[in-house]
Ligand binder design. Structure first.
Ligand code: COA
Length: 156
């Protein structure tokens, strides 16, 4: 499996937007599939946020993760954010998600970022096993979420 920039696989923007639409459109009822496609497309960068990484197995994209400067709602002051972590159902439980998180942390370190944040409705255990800590609880678009952070200066 290899991890690469979405910028090098722009033909997969529509596929990834479809995953996001299926998984998260309940949070954004007014957002169309085209809106998701535009949001994913904006992440086709390498040196500036927002950027996304993809995981590929034998040339097929099987997962993705994003690093964003600011969360859409601008409700939270914590930046930058890890978002849009997704692994296709048939490849889950094989370490792809873990590798995507670790690769993004590595890229963030290279960019001089010292701390990362995220919010999650139900994947706290997944992230805490990767060295993330819960720093609070809130609600995002009506869904209870945990806020988590990772200090990149400390190697886990
Ligand atoms: C969450 C998700 C990205 C995990 O991807 P994955 O490739 O299956 O995860 P991995 O195989 O790398 O798992 C790494 C470890 O976390 C564990 N784990 C995976 N998902 C977990 C979960 N939801 N809760 C607790 N532990 C989890 C695995 O058992 C594994 O443990 P191990 O290292 O002891 O074997 C994937 O289930 C997914 O895409 N879900 C839908 C989208 C989503 O919920 N994204 C996160 C939103 S914040």
């Amino acid at each position: 499996m290899e991890i690469d920039y979405l910028a090098n696989h722009q033909d997969t923007v529509g596929l990834i937007a479809g995953w996001f639409y299926e998984e998260w459109s309940y949070l954004y009822p007014h957002r169309t599939r085209g809106d998701f496609e535009n949001l994913v497309s904006e992440r086709s960068r390498k040196d500036k946020l927002p950027l996304a990484l993809v995981a590929a197995e034998s040339g097929t994209i099987i997962g993705t993760i994003s690093l964003k400067a600011q969360e859409v709602s601008k409700r939270f002051d914590y930046i930058p954010w890890v978002a849009g972590l997704y692994v296709v159902k048939e490849m889950r439980g094989r370490g792809v998600g873990k590798k995507l998180v670790e690769a993004l942390e590595c890229r963030a370190r290279e960019m001089g970022i010292q701390k990362l944040f995220l919010y999650t409705p139900r994947s706290e255990r997944f992230y805490s096993r990767l060295g993330w800590s819960i720093i609070g609880h809130t609600s995002y678009r009506g869904t209870p979420v945990s806020l988590m952070e990772k200090d990149l200066k400390r190697r886990s």
